[in-house]
Design a protein around this ligand. Structure first.
Ligand code: NAD
Length: 498
């Protein structure tokens, strides 16, 4: 906590001239076509800024600059130690501008300012710093050859990377891509979500100040069907990295096939099971975590624990505990108030989606335990109460489809096998959690769960040292850790006759 009050944050926000232009080759500029769109704050619905609405011409310009910069070697051929120094400086500047970036993020997408300060900004800086620090500690390989040959197995940057990111953790998701992409020497064109472009636009200038050469990081705000599609179909983009919905992820694979077969790496949706066995070590802690798993970031989290699977013998008592935790700790409020834990949903269409799913829960016969209403409408903002449904079956819409809002479905199970069967009965495979004091049961569950991350006796663990990504339709490839570097490099075998 910074001790900054809501009034001070509001004053700072009012005094601000927010930058909304595209950033190409080290310069802010309007979209080539001159078009703009309104950037609305979900806190109160007011217009924050006019944002450049980029399209095909901007994509062409940014990719051409990224290509020229890459070919010049000004970044791509810099010694890893030097790239490291720039990235560490970049991370430091993100931290120095932390309050400004946190305020932009909160104004733009409605998350609590306390979370932006505690989670998004430090996480973004760490992603950049960790990748920078790693890059001069990685070695290539020498193959096992005959005596008169030398086989070198080396990694090279792919070239021009297009990164398309979502609005739920705008800066953090961008930095999960930028860290390894820049560390390995690529040039990047970043397209933030049209719902949350502000921190990405600001970040480009900060990177330049840190010493990243002009043209290495370009930022194109705009819509998915315009500039996003133009980048995905571009013949001179080598690799496309994406975080967003499974629906768009599938479309991007088609675009790659229709164009230049660019590499496509996808971090997509989830419907993660949180399994509580009767022998959980601390049921109160498990209930608190289950509440946080659906209410943190307004439930707009790819790994949200949106299916709570509880062993039948403790189910009713456990649901009461979760309801109490939601009531006590997770009620919506103004995101600029430092005590707020649940902010505003990102926009009206997200509110509509969440309310439609709450309706679907009723229609399909689930029992509403708490929440279920839009609230604080008088503010002009977009707030929904965290909502708890009991008596959910895994074939109901609220159990099958990603809602991306604070709606929790409780299902019960009789035994281990049934828990795992329900947990894995989904098209997604991003994350799962299991609560038990039985070490063997925890390991058996972790092996059986088809998910990229499994948490035991906690929800949402991990950091830059561990890979993050999904099985099944939650995506391919991994962000974070050294495994992320695979996405941004090509392997080359050089075979020398001595
Ligand atoms: P989205 O798929 O609607 O949009 C993501 C990005 O893709 C945006 O920048 C958007 O403009 C762009 N886009 C949309 N259509 C496009 C097209 N035809 N061509 C090119 N680009 C296009 O997702 P969202 O609503 O911004 O984010 C929510 C989704 O993100 C959820 O499904 C969530 O699970 C997922 N997510 C996944 C992870 C992860 O690491 N797996 C992390 C965060 C969010």
């Amino acid at each position: 906590m910074t001790g900054i009050t809501r009034e001070t944050w509001e004053q700072r926000a009012r005094a601000w001239q927010i930058q909304g232009q595209a950033f190409i080759n080290g310069q802010y500029q309007n979209a080539v076509g001159g078009e703009t769109f309104d950037c609305l704050s979900p806190i109160d619905g007011r217009v924050l800024a006019q944002i450049a609405s980029c399209g095909q011409s901007d994509a062409d310009l940014a990719v051409a600059n990224a290509r020229a910069t890459f070919d010049s070697g000004v970044w791509s051929r810099l010694a890893p130690t030097q790239r490291k120094q720039v990235l560490i400086r970049f991370a430091e500047l993100i931290e120095q501008h932390g309050e400004e970036l946190a305020l932009l993020e909160t104004l733009d997408m409605g998350k609590p300012i306390s979370d932006a300060l505690a989670v998004d900004i430090p996480g973004a800086a760490r992603a950049i710093r960790w990748s920078g620090e790693a890059i001069d500690k990685i070695y290539d390989e020498v193959a096992a050859t005959a005596h008169d040959e030398l086989g070198l197995v080396t990694r090279e940057p792919v070239g021009v990377v297009a990164a398309i990111v979502p609005w739920n953790f705008p800066l953090l998701m961008a930095c999960w891509k930028l860290g390894p992409a820049l560390a390995t020497g690529n040039s990047v064109v970043l397209k933030p979500s049209e719902k949350s472009p502000l921190t990405a636009i600001r970040l480009a200038q900060i990177a330049l100040e840190a010493g990243l050469p002009a043209g290495v990081l370009n930022v194109l705000p705009g819509f998915g069907h315009t500039v996003g599609k133009a980048l995905a179909l571009h013949m001179d983009v080598d690799t496309l990295v994406f975080t967003g919905s499974t629906r768009v992820a599938k479309q991007l694979m088609i675009y790659a096939g229709e164009s230049n077969m660019k590499r496509v790496w996808l971090e997509a949706g989830g419907k993660s099971p949180n399994i509580v066995f009767a022998d959980a070590p601390d049921l109160d802690a498990a209930a608190q975590a289950a509440a946080g798993a659906i209410a943190f970031n307004q439930g707009e989290v790819c790994t949200a624990g949106s299916r709570l699977l509880v062993e039948a013998s403790i189910k009713d008592a456990f649901v009461e505990k979760v309801a109490a935790a939601l009531k006590a700790h997770w009620q919506p409020g103004n995101p600029l108030d430092p005590n707020t834990t649940v902010g505003a949903l990102v926009d009206t269409s997200q509110i509509d989606t969440v309310l439609r799913y709450i309706e679907a829960g009723h229609e399909d016969g689930a029992r509403l335990v708490s929440g279920g209403q839009r609230v604080l409408e008088e503010t002009g903002g977009f707030y929904v109460e965290p909502t708890l449904f009991d008596g959910v079956r895994n074939d109901m819409r609220i159990a099958r489809e990603e809602i991306f809002g604070p709606v929790l479905s409780v299902l019960s199970f009789k035994d281990f096998d049934e828990a795992i069967a329900i947990a894995n009965d989904t098209i997604y495979g991003l994350a799962a959690a299991v609560w038990t004091r039985d070490l063997s049961k925890a390991h058996r569950a972790a092996k059986a769960l088809r998910a990229g991350s499994v948490w035991v006796n906690q929800y949402d663990g991990g950091d830059m040292t561990a890979p993050f990504g999904g099985f099944k339709q939650s995506g391919n490839g991994r962000d974070k850790s050294l495994h992320a570097f695979d996405k941004y490099t090509e392997l080359k075998a050089t075979w020398i006759k001595l």
